[in-house]
Design a protein around this ligand. Structure first.
Ligand code: SF4
Length: 484
């Protein structure tokens, strides 16, 4: 295949409107237990801070000790919740969820939290991650009488918990953790407790904080900061944390033989002001940029970033290389989920609406542009074309991640392998496709070096196919489940 062929024909899911070249985080979760706190409003603000992790639906479940009140819907957090709605949600425990769908399509029934009644009362669940043996579990449950309302794997977890209802909830969860394989950070609400669960590999982040006399659990520490909570620690892989009137208890339900935190959280997904599993995200990104400069010292006039995803790494590159960093592309910050994709003959305008190059900075210059990753390459080629039209003499693209060659089965939508440009083309072919004078990827070794002694604690499967948990075979994967 020629470098310029093939990729233009790819089917682009309509929900990839904001940036079709980026993988999508699936979900963000937030929970709070605290007397004398407006838990619904605090959860609303916590979800606001996690909005980057999912923009298709949002939901909050609140317990007042007797009943669990749920409200959820399609859209961004402020679209789903009004002041009046939040005023009706009284209680001392809450969990919330923002979602971008991969497992289960974009449908109101798949919005979370999911709230069920079972033998021991009411139970609500918010889930971030992907269960890899979901198809097997779902078949087993269906064959013994379970009925499903949604296509989410979260509902399978709820059904499993219900199956173990002869046990205490803590015991039931411990048993579920043996059955369920893959990536899950969970928040569970009952009438009287908030429970946090993290899978034994710790794929998706989850942290615990303190707010007054109460406790907060969130996907990222930026949500704790937003609501004024202090981070206590990360939830450990394989751990269950129960928060109720007796205080906080921890159960090591499964031992963690190998940690496999998603390294893409640090490259792209997580907010730069979060810290997770011992690393501050913006520092890691800056160090990735420094490492890039050591691996690919370039003879250029200036370093620019694709904002905002490449900005921190670009600054790191500039610091290490001594080449000046300039804002060569200006981002329109008001393009959101409801942005209407321009028609085919207006495609160029689509990128220009989001990014505008600064001609007086770029004209006549040799430019090195830094971005975090390249999934399809379609947006990058349009940006490069804009830079050249503004008079950039040479354009080089540096990526602060290795080539993405494999799909993710653990809660990130990286597209199918056939849609990943680096899986289908050589670096030289991609360079021609994008139209740059040079294309450089951070090496996997260089990426892992950023984490020093902790380098073994990360999942890198989308770069090298080294999947920490067995992935489903084509045909029985959660990726191929029946869609609504
Ligand atoms: Fe993260 Fe990639 Fe592993 Fe998925 S495969 S969990 S995106 S590192």
């Amino acid at each position: 295949m020629k470098a310029s062929e093939g990729f233009s024909a790819l089917n682009m899911p309509e929900n990839r409107i904001e940036n079709p070249d980026k993988p999508r985080e699936e979900c963000g979760i937030f929970g709070i237990y605290g007397n004398n706190l407006d838990v619904a409003r605090i959860t609303y603000y916590g979800l606001y801070a996690l909005q980057h992790r999912g923009q298709e639906s949002a939901g909050i479940a609140v317990s007042d000790g007797n009943r669990v009140n749920l409200h959820k819907g399609m859209g961004l957090v402020p679209e789903v919740f009004s002041k009046e709605q939040l005023d009706t949600m009284k209680g001392h425990i809450a969990i919330g969820h923002v979602r971008y769908s991969t497992t289960g399509s974009s449908h109101p029934l798949n919005a979370q939290p999911l709230v069920f009644r079972y033998a021991r009362g009411t139970l609500g669940l918010a889930h971030n991650g992907n269960i890899t043996n979901i198809w097997d579990l779902r078949s087993q449950l269906t064959s013994t009488g379970s009925v499903f309302q949604s296509t989410t794997d979260s509902e399978v977890i709820v059904n499993l918990i219900a199956r173990y209802s002869q046990n205490t909830l803590e015991e039931a969860l411990s048993k579920c953790m043996i059955d369920v394989k893959g990536a899950y950070s969970l928040l569970i609400i009952t009438e009287n407790s908030l429970i946090a669960v993290r899978d034994p590999y710790g794929f998706r982040p989850l942290c615990l904080g303190k707010l007054g006399d109460g406790y907060v659990v969130a996907s990222e520490s930026c949500a704790l900061d937003t609501v004024g909570a202090t981070k206590l620690r990360d939830v450990e892989p394989g751990e269950i944390i129960i928060i109720d009137e007796k205080g906080v208890r921890s159960i090591r339900a499964l031992s963690s033989r190998k940690k496999a935190h998603c390294i893409f959280e640090y490259i792209y997904f997580a907010r730069p002001d979060s810290d997770m599993d011992g690393f501050q995200v913006s520092r890691v990104r800056r160090e990735m940029g420094r490492q890039l400069a050591r691996e690919f010292p370039a003879d250029v006039d200036l370093v620019i970033a694709v904002p905002d995803s490449g900005t921190t790494a670009a600054r790191g590159y500039a610091e290490e290389s001594g080449i000046s960093f300039e804002e060569g592309l200006m981002k329109n910050r008001y393009i959101g989920r409801t942005f209407i994709q321009p028609s085919q003959d207006m495609r160029e305008m689509g990128v220009r609406l989001k990014l505008n190059p600064l001609k007086h900075i770029l004209e006549g210059k040799r430019v090195l542009m830094v971005d975090d990753s390249l999934v399809r390459g379609t947006t990058s080629s349009k940006i490069v074309k804009m830079l050249r039209e503004c008079g950039a003499r040479e354009v080089y693209l540096c990526l602060s991640s290795p080539p993405v060659i494999k799909s993710c089965y653990y809660g990130i939508d990286t597209s199918n392998e056939s849609e990943l440009v680096a899986s289908q083309m050589s670096v030289n072919q991609i360079k021609d496709l994008i139209g740059v004078d040079g294309l450089y990827y951070l090496s996997l070794e260089g990426l892992l070096n950023v984490f020093g002694d902790c380098r073994e604690n990360f999942c890198t499967a989308c770069f090298n196919g080294d999947y920490p948990v067995k992935i489903p075979k084509l045909g029985d994967s959660s990726k191929y489940m029946l869609e609504w």
